[in-house]
Design a binder for this molecule. Sequence first.
Ligand SMILES: NC(=O)c1ccc[n+]([C@@H]2O[C@H](COP(=O)([O-])OP(=O)(O)OC[C@H]3O[C@@H](n4cnc5c(N)ncnc54)[C@H](O)[C@@H]3O)[C@@H](O)[C@H]2O)c1
Length: 270
Amino acid sequence: MNNLLKGKKGIIFGALNEHSIAWKVAEKAHEQGAEFVLTNAPIAMRMGEINNLAEKTNAQVIPADATSMDDLTNLVEKSMEILGGKLDFVLHSIGMSVNVRKGRHYTDQKYDFTEKGWDVSAVSFHKVMNVLYNKKAMNEWGSIVALTYMAAQRVFPDYNDMADNKAYLESIARSFGYFFGRDQKVRVNTISQSPTPTTAGSGVKGFDGFIAYADKMSPLGNATASDCADYTISLFSDLTKKVTLQNLFHDGGFSNMGVSDAVMDKFTEE
Ligand SMILES: NC(=O)c1ccc[n+]([C@@H]2O[C@H](COP(=O)([O-])OP(=O)(O)OC[C@H]3O[C@@H](n4cnc5c(N)ncnc54)[C@H](O)[C@@H]3O)[C@@H](O)[C@H]2O)c1
């Protein structure tokens, strides 16, 4: 299918390198005819890889720390100038836990690390929507998507405080989504994605075991970053106009499984 996003304009947060889910979304959004601005934290720009993506997708890059209201205001204002009007889609693809990075156990967090991770991973979504909503920067029937993980509902011990951040993020999607839907006819959803080998994903302790287990449990196998990008494009398109306030599992069926034959076999090996 072509041109699902023809004429649509947006902002894509979080493309760090070619493994990033946001990177794949940008490539596919471009393929489907969208125009957009790419953004990431100023510190992430230093690697410079985002410029290759910008060139490939005819996008401009505007640095913004997603925890800074000033940066976000500048980003939204400049994006509307560059794109020549209001926005149709926004992807929030941002996550970071300082406790995970510094190897602090869940039961022994450093709370200024906890607050920083919460601000970056969850409250930033509220801040992004605050700016979009108050500047009336979204077109009617626009679509806002954030990425999340099932540790918001179920225990995955090594996901650490990111589990709590994701629960908060999903709640913000519903709470802000209500006002965005009622007042501006904009939809807000989260996609709960399979474990995916990216910079953020691989930072989780025991990631290799985690991703292999999820793959064996899921009847369709894990969803890749590229699969996630396809699903995101469908949520940005006009084919999903009445989908809002949802946390949508995109995980090959993992979230509804109890046990699979493949996992059982591991426990019955002689
Ligand atoms: N990889 C997985 O297993 C997995 C599974 C489910 C959900 N997710 C979610 O998908 C999203 C994207 O992560 P990814 O896996 O593509 O990894 P990634 O490391 O490629 O992307 C994370 C991005 O967050 C950005 N970021 C960090 N701090 C920021 C700040 N202050 N301001 C702006 N941007 C900031 C980083 O620069 C990076 O681009 C995250 O929300 C992540 O939690 C990932």
